[in-house]
Design a protein around this ligand. Structure first.
Ligand code: TXA
Ligand code: MG
Length: 326
């Protein structure tokens, strides 16, 4: 395992690894990605293998500049509008693959579409530029587990299996990118994230909604899967605790009691985290995956999560919690 600080020298080394078909743990503003050359079918196959990811679940191609995207995906008016407004940033757009798109078809999992994103992280940008090709990068965790928001999480999940991990601190957003489908028909949001339905609707001047979860055949294959799951049971909208449960709080913990007696405030530190004492959703999103990992211990009976407002960024947080609870 090769965990290194993301200096210019190490970014150059990582680019050499990627050029020769290797895989690299890459920091982004959302979560850490497991990056490989999008044009190299073998590297892409290796990513599926390392993550234990089903081959029907396609990957996102990451670009350094907006202008690089058009050679791989067919941009349209809506995509241009969202790109101008939200790129670089935590938004992924599903578009038709361009004619003669050089991205490995395996990355699209046989679909006619390609997911594209321009990340807002200086290290990711330098790395993609140094490669000269786009990088496919799913979150750098084993399929179905909680996404990594720090280099230590990547080491924990995939340490022995990647050629290099570029360490650049905690991911500032902390949730995976919003995924919006602009590949044809009415635009729809397949995965909620930091760019909200309200943000997208305002930028496009039309109402865009979240795909409802009850579709038997969701457009985003990844959403079929149980995702982001801790190993112990998770319960949402908890207003009190069962004995033995750990608490994932939001805002004040003062009024949370333990059934049979006791207060959450008196729990040992190991059983109690607060996503945001101030009730700030951005802070809560940034803390979510790290705190879930910290509370996910076999000695706890489960994780009880206090109610999170289901508006703005709260929609994305509740989406991840629902998947973790299912
Ligand atoms: O923030 C992120 O998006 C991170 C960082 C590393 O960029 N990446 C990430 O990738 O979360 P991943 O592979 O864990 O999630 C990609 C999601 C999956 O739900 C997948 O099914 C969906 O995007 N997706 C990818 N290509 C698609 C396509 N052509 N059509 C529909 N959904 C697609
Ligand atoms: Mg993932």
């Amino acid at each position: 395992m090769n965990l290194v600080s993301a200096t210019d020298e190490n970014i150059a080394k990582a680019a050499e690894i990627l050029k020769s078909g290797g895989v690299v743990g890459m920091p982004t503003e959302t979560v850490y990605g497991l990056a490989g050359n999008a044009f190299d079918g073998k590297a892409v196959a290796n990513i599926f293998e390392i993550k234990g990811r089903p081959q029907f679940n396609p990957l996102i191609a990451h670009f350094a500049e907006i202008s690089d995207v058009a050679s791989c995906a067919e941009m349209n008016e809506r995509a241009e509008a969202l790109a101008q407004k939200f790129w670089p940033g935590p938004l992924t757009i599903i578009l038709p693959r361009a004619k003669n798109c050089p991205v490995s078809e395996l990355a699209s999992a046989g679909l006619e579409t390609l997911a594209v994103r321009v990340p807002n992280h200086p290290v990711a940008k330098k790395l993609i530029k140094a490669c000269g090709f786009p990088l496919v990068a799913p979150s750098a965790n084993l399929s179905g587990t909680v996404s990594p928001t720090s280099p230590a999480h990547v080491v924990e999940s995939l340490g022995g299996k990647v050629d290099m991990i570029l360490a650049a601190g905690a991911s500032s957003v902390g949730l995976e990118s919003t995924v919006v489908d602009l590949s044809g028909g009415a635009p729809v949001i397949l995965r909620p994230g930091a760019v909200t339905a309200e943000d997208i609707s305002a930028a496009l001047g039309e109402k865009v909604e979240y795909e409802t979860g009850d579709s038997a055949k969701p457009k985003s294959p990844g959403l079929l899967l149980k995702h982001y799951a801790p190993k112990i049971p998770l319960r949402m909208n908890a207003v009190d605790l069962n004995p033995g449960e750990a608490l994932l709080g939001f805002s004040s913990l003062r009024f949370i009691g333990i059934k049979g007696g006791g207060a959450a405030m008196s729990l040992p530190d190991s059983m109690r985290r607060n996503l945001s004492e101030e009730g700030d959703l951005h802070q809560a999103a940034a803390n979510l995956f790290a705190m879930l990992r910290e509370l996910d211990r076999p000695e706890h009976k489960g994780i009880a999560v206090m109610p999170i407002p289901d508006a703005g960024l709260g929609v994305a947080i509740n989406d991840r919690l629902k998947r973790a609870a299912s």
